[in-house]
Design a protein around this ligand. Structure first.
Ligand SMILES: Cc1cc2nc3c(=O)[nH]c(=O)nc-3n(C[C@H](O)[C@H](O)[C@H](O)COP(=O)(O)OP(=O)(O)OC[C@H]3O[C@@H](n4cnc5c(N)ncnc54)[C@H](O)[C@@H]3O)c2cc1C
Ligand code: FES
Ligand code: FES
Length: 479
C-alpha cells in the first residue's frame, strides 16, 4: 500500500501528516508545529546533541529505542516509528522519569541548554541496556556537548540509574505502542508536492520501479551527510528516495567467506556484529561520530559520500571489500579499491544504488586500524590507517595497507606494501617502509591537519602497527 501521508506514534496515539514538506527537519516540526520547545537547536549539523530525541522502531515484536539528532532528520522519515520527546518522559501524574530524577539529584544541569539532549541520550541508554558500565555511559553521551556543568555530574547521574526500577510508563504501555506500530509500519510512501517528490519504498522491486522514473533523485540513507545540504547549505533537495525504509536492504549475512552488509543497515548494528571478526573495525566505529550518528548512518552512505576522510573506507579497502551495485536491470560487483575515482567521485552511475558491501573473512590475517582526530569522540579523522597482513613463519606473505586523510581519495599505500611484502618485520624494514609512504602520498594542509603532520602520523601509525605485532608475538601465532 502506497500513501501520501506519513503516520507515526506520539503520546499513545497515531499522528498523520498529509503531504509533509519533504525538506523539513524533524526538529523544526517539533519546535514550530508541535510547539514542544524542550528539544533544542545548537549546531544544526548533528554535532552537539542538543536536539536529541528517541525513536522507537518495531523489531521482532519488540521496540528498539534509538537516540537520533532531530536537526538532521527529515520529517517524512518518521513514518512507521514512535517519536519520544523530552516532554514525553514525564508520567501522566506529573512525576519525573528516573533519568530526569537522576539528573536533578546529581546536579547534572546548569544553564540547561544541553540538558534535554543529555536526558534523551541517557533515556535511550536506560531502555537499551540492563547494566551501565563506564564505557556504556561514556559512549551513550559521546554525541552530547555541555559547556557549563562539566561531565562528571552527568556521568554520576547515569551511574545512579543502575539502582532504579527499569519499568517506566513506556514499558507499561508497550503492548499498545506495538499494536499502533504494527498498524502503520507496513506502508510505502510517495509524496508529490509542487516540484518536490519523496519516496520511501519497502521492497527492492518497488525501489527499482521508482528509480526507473526518477533517475535524478537523491538517495537518502541516514541523512548524516545529505541532510546537511538543507540545514547548512540552505539548499532544497527536490527529489528523494529514502533507502533506509527498504527492509530487504537492512541485513548482515555471513557465509564464513565474507560478511555482507545491506546498504540500509545502520552502522551501530555493524559495530556490534563485526567485533568478533575484526575488533579494530569496532574500535574505529565506536569513535565514528556519536551513537546518534551511528544509529542512522550507513556504510553505504559513507562509501557513496566518498570523503577522503570517511572512516570505514580505508578499513574496507585494506580488507579488500567489494561493493554490490544495482540499477533497475542489472547487478554489478566492484572492488572498493577501484571504486573511488577522484575527490568525492566514484564509479556509481546515475540510476545505480549500493545494494550491499561484502567484507571478506580471512583464515589467518592480522587486521589493525587506527584513527587520529583532534577530539577523541564525535570527530572525523585527520588520518585513518588500516593494515591487513598475513604472516607465515615470521614473513609477511600478504599485505594490504590503506589510508584515509592522505590523498584526495582513500587509497592503498602500494610502495609501502612492496617494501613489506616477503619481509621479516625488523627496524630496518620498518624504516624503509615509512620512507616509502612519501612516495605513496603527498597529503595536503587543511583545517584538520597540515600535510607534514599527516605524513608524520601516517609513518608513526605504520610503526605502531609493526611494533604491536612484534610485541604481542602475533607473528608467533601464525608461524
Ligand atoms: C556530527 C557528524 C559526525 C560525523 N562523524 C563521522 C566520522 O567520525 N567518520 C566518518 O567517516 N563520517 C562521519 N560523518 C559523516 C557521515 O556520517 C558519513 O558520511 C555517513 O556515513 C553517511 O551515511 P548516511 O547513511 O548518513 O548517508 P546519507 O547522508 O543518507 O547519504 C550520503 C550520500 O550517499 C548517497 N547514498 C546513500 N545511500 C546510498 C545508497 N544505498 N546507494 C547509493 N548512494 C547512496 C546519498 O545520495 C548521499 O549522496 C559525520 C557526520 C556528522 C553529521
Ligand atoms: S542541534 Fe546540534 S546535534 Fe542537532
Ligand atoms: S548545562 Fe549549560 S551547556 Fe550544559
Amino acid at each position: 500500500m502506497t500513501s501520501n501521508f506519513i503516520s507515526f506514534v506520539h503520546k499513545d496515539r497515531i499522528v498523520k501528516i498529509k503531504n509533509p514538506d519533504i525538506n523539513e527537519t524533524l526538529l523544526n516540526y517539533i519546535r514550530t508545529k508541535l510547539k514542544k520547545t524542550g528539544t533544542k537547536e545548537g549546531c544544526a549539523e548533528g554535532g552537539c546533541g542538543a536536539c536529541t530525541v528517541v525513536l522507537g522502531e518495531l523489531k521482532n515484536n519488540e521496540i528498539n529505542y534509538r537516540a537520533i539528532n532531530s536537526c538532521i532528520t527529515l520529517l517524512p522519515t518518521l513514518q512507521g516509528k514512535q517519536l519520544i520527546l523530552v516532554e514525553d518522559l514525564i508520567s501522566k501524574d506529573g512525576s519525573l522519569h528516573p533519568v530526569q530524577e537522576a539528573m536533578v539529584n546529581y546536579h547534572g544541569s546548569q544553564c540547561g541548554f544541553c540538558t534535554p539532549g543529555f536526558v534523551m541520550a541517557l533515556f535511550s541508554m536506560f531502555k537499551k541496556y540492563s547494566k551501565y558500565n563506564n564505557d556504556i555511559i561514556k559512549d551513550s553521551i559521546a554525541g552530547n556537548l555541555c559547556r557549563c556543568t562539566g561531565y562528571q555530574p552527568i556521568i554520576k547521574a547515569a551511574k545512579s540509574l543502575k539502582n532504579k526500577n527499569k519499568i517506566d510508563h513506556f514499558t507499561n504501555n508497550i503492548n499498545n505502542t506495538i499494536k499502533f506500530l504494527k498498524k502503520i509500519n507496513n506502508k510505502s510512501i510517495a509524496i508529490y508536492k509542487k516540484e518536490k517528490r519523496y519516496f520511501a519504498p519497502i521492497y527492492v522491486q518497488e525501489l527499482k520501479k521508482i528509480l526507473k522514473k526518477n533517475i535524478n533523485a537523491d538517495f537518502l540513507s541516514g541523512g548524516t551527510d545529505l541532510s546537511l545540504n538543507i540545514t547548512k547549505e540552505r539548499k532544497d533537495i527536490n527529489s528523494i528516495i529514502y533507502m533506509n525504509s527498504v527492509r530487504e536492504l537492512n541485513y548482515i549475512k555471513n557465509n564464513n567467506k565474507y560478511i555482507e552488509v545491506g546498504s540500509a543497515t545502520p552502522l551501530i548494528d555493524l559495530e556490534y556484529y563485526i567485533k568478533k571478526y575484526y575488533p579494530d573495525f569496532t574500535k574505529i566505529l565506536k569513535r565514528y561520530g556519536s551513537p546518534q550518528i551511528r544509529n542512522v548512518g550507513t556504510v553505504a552512505g559513507n562509501i557513496a559520500t566518498a570523503s577522503p576522510i570517511g572512516d570505514c573506507l580505508p578499513l574496507l579497502i585494506s580488507l579488500n571489500a567489494q561493493v554490490i551495485l544495482q540499477d533497475f536491470k542489472k547487478t554489478k560487483i566492484l572492488f572498493l579499491d577501484n571504486f573511488f575515482i577522484s575527490y568525492r567521485k566514484t564509479k556509481l552511475k546515475k540510476g545505480q544504488f549500493i545494494q550491499s558491501i561484502r567484507i571478506p573473512l580471512f583464515e589467518k590475517n592480522i587486521f589493525k586500524a587506527y584513527k587520529v582526530s583532534k577530539r577523541f569522540d564525535d570527530d572525523i579523522s585527520s588520518v585513518c590507517a588500516a593494515f591487513n597482513l598475513e604472516i607465515i613463519k615470521n614473513k609477511i606473505e600478504v599485505i594490504r595497507i590503506a589510508y584515509g586523510g592522505m590523498a584526495a581519495i582513500p587509497k592503498r599505500a602500494k610502495f609501502c606494501e612492496k617494501i613489506l611484502l616477503n619481509s621479516f618485520i625488523n627496524d630496518e624494514i620498518i624504516h624503509k617502509a615509512k620512507e616509502a609512504l612519501e612516495k605513496d602520498f603527498k597529503p595536503i594542509n587543511d583545517m584538520r591537519a597540515s600535510g607534514s603532520y599527516r605524513m608524520e602520523v601516517a609513518k608513526n601509525l605504520l610503526e605502531k602497527c609493526c611494533v604491536e605485532i612484534k610485541q604481542k608475538k602475533l607473528i608467533g601465532l601464525y608461524a
